[in-house]
Design a protein around this ligand. Structure first.
Ligand SMILES: [Zn+2]
Length: 203
């Protein structure tokens, strides 16, 4: 999840990708368990902040989440973005030859959130095969879109876009706001894992 680089290598008709890497259920179960831990624990292994700073960022993103839920009851992140005049676009793009792939990005002036709907659909379709019945709802296309939109919404509302603290806050906000039972970092880990497969390339 990065922030607006209108990549010059973008193509308009990118064929769909194929994931071929097998995932075994033990791995997925382990990942769900470790990323299902509280953010303060999950982030310790991903970010080099001390725990007080992590806790502070998580608290702040929790406050924003509560604030938005209070003032936009029953609305998801995409709907709130629309209410705030932020344009939400769904698109498919690749960066760096398909190796670095983001779920979303955002820009100010005008405020735009772009969601990488192509990659989200691919991840969702694959996870639909691997996730257990009770977990599948967290990997639906709509759910991942919503989480990705919440992540970018945080960046735009907080004017906090660059750097690890902004990422930490955005992930924490997205989890709290959407009620995801694990850190959205799991989506990235799964994507990274799947993308190691030979088939995960634009051809
Ligand atoms: Zn981000």
């Amino acid at each position: 999840m990065t922030h607006f680089r209108r990549s010059s290598d973008r193509e308009d008709n990118i064929p769909s990708m194929k994931f071929n890497t097998p995932i075994n259920f033990t791995l997925l179960t382990d990942l769900l368990k470790s990323y299902g831990d509280v953010d303060e624990i999950v982030f310790k292994s991903h970010f080099s902040f001390d725990e007080h700073r992590i806790a502070e960022i998580c608290r702040e993103s929790g406050r924003l989440s509560g604030h938005l839920q209070l003032h936009h009851p029953g609305r998801n992140a995409i709907e709130i973005a629309a209410q705030l005049g932020i344009s939400v676009q769904k698109d498919t793009w690749e960066i760096a030859g398909g190796k670095v792939i983001y779920f979303g990005e955002c820009s100010h002036n005008p405020s735009v959130i772009r969601l990488n709907a192509g990659i989200i659909r691919q991840l969702s379709e694959l996870m639909n095969q691997w996730a257990g019945e009770s977990e599948r709802q967290w990997f639906s296309e709509d759910k991942i879109l919503e989480v990705a939109a919440a992540h970018e919404l945080y960046h735009l509302i907080e004017h906090h876009v660059h750097g690890p603290a902004a990422e930490l806050g955005a992930h924490s906000f997205a989890r709290q706001f959407t009620g995801l039972p694990f850190s959205p970092l799991l989506y990235h880990v799964l994507l990274a894992h799947l993308s190691k497969g030979e088939g995960f390339k634009y051809k």
